[in-house]
Design a protein around this ligand. Structure first.
Ligand code: PGA
Length: 265
């Protein structure tokens, strides 16, 4: 399981449009405190709060224990882009990472692959690790084109990236039909199959070094399915929504996943 080359497990959460500044800081403090005994040599833990909570989060969190990132970024450094956030603005907080192409950005806000590629290049230029989310819709799955969709999202999203850039890259595979309240979690076998498609595509793009890129599964991960998912050889970590938003519950999930992962690492 988790056979990417750096032998670390990746666990993170996107707080979406939940938690105000106080609730975010309280959550991050609690999560840091109850997980601080876990060696970060074997686990990377990251949280993506709302834009308005980033400044307080950075001030209150030990980043060697919990990495922090933004949920989105604009594709220009500055200009007449009302409502957008520039990578330079994110850099003021010295964030570790930025997520690009979350399913809600793609489907609710209609972001397309070309624009996500511009964002990914801009984030790279400014030294932010990119968490690129990919995933097929239910209809794409039913038409049997899930692999083609994933390959397109990767090839377009990471266009003009090269092998020297991949230490700044994480991929989250999140099938659209598996996310949120009405989502149906992917079976571990299906997730493994799609992770293999992703890894093979990354190898095709960047060569064998691409095996170092962590590929996380996300979409209705919970305390009951997390062990089966992390057992899969091509799943290097888990990207958790609802089941991570209570620090105590996330801690339980983290520890059970880590225990399982350690059996083979
Ligand atoms: P969920 O969210 O775990 O609540 O389904 C996952 C996500 O949107 O990243």
């Amino acid at each position: 399981m988790g056979e990417n080359m750096d032998n670390k497990i990746y666990l993170g959460s996107n707080l979406k449009m939940y938690k105000n500044v106080d609730a975010t800081v309280q959550y991050l403090r609690e999560l840091t405190e109850i997980t601080k005994d876990i060696s970060r040599e074997e686990m990377e833990l990251f949280i993506l709060p709302s834009f308005t909570s980033l400044e307080s989060s950075v001030r209150n969190v030990d980043r060697s224990l919990v990495k922090l990132g933004a949920q989105n970024v604009g594709w220009e450094e500055q200009g007449a882009f009302t409502g957008e956030i520039s990578p330079l603005m994110l850099r003021e907080f010295a964030l570790d990472m930025v997520m690009i192409g979350h399913s809600e950005r793609r489907h609710v806000f209609r972001e397309h692959n070309e624009e996500l590629n511009q964002k990914a290049l801009m984030a790279l230029k400014h030294g932010l690790t990119v968490l690129l989310c990919v995933g097929e819709t239910a209809s794409e799955k039913d038409f049997g084109v899930a692999a083609e969709v994933l390959r397109t999202q990767l090839k377009m999203g990471l266009h003009q990236w090269n092998v020297n850039d991949i230490s700044n890259l994480r991929i989250a595979y999140e099938p659209v039909w598996s996310i949120g309240e009405s989502g149906v979690p992917a079976s571990a076998a299906y997730a493994e199959k799609m992770h293999k498609v992703i890894i093979n595509c990354l190898i095709e793009m960047f060569g064998i070094e691409a095996r170092k890129i962590p590929v996380l599964y996300g979409g209705s991960v919970n305390i009951n399915n997390s062990i089966e998912l992390i057992k899969q050889p091509s799943i290097h970590g888990l990207f958790v929504g609802r089941s991570a938003w209570d620090a105590q519950k996330f801690n339980i999930l983290i520890r059970q996943v880590l225990e399982e992962w350690k059996k083979d690492n």
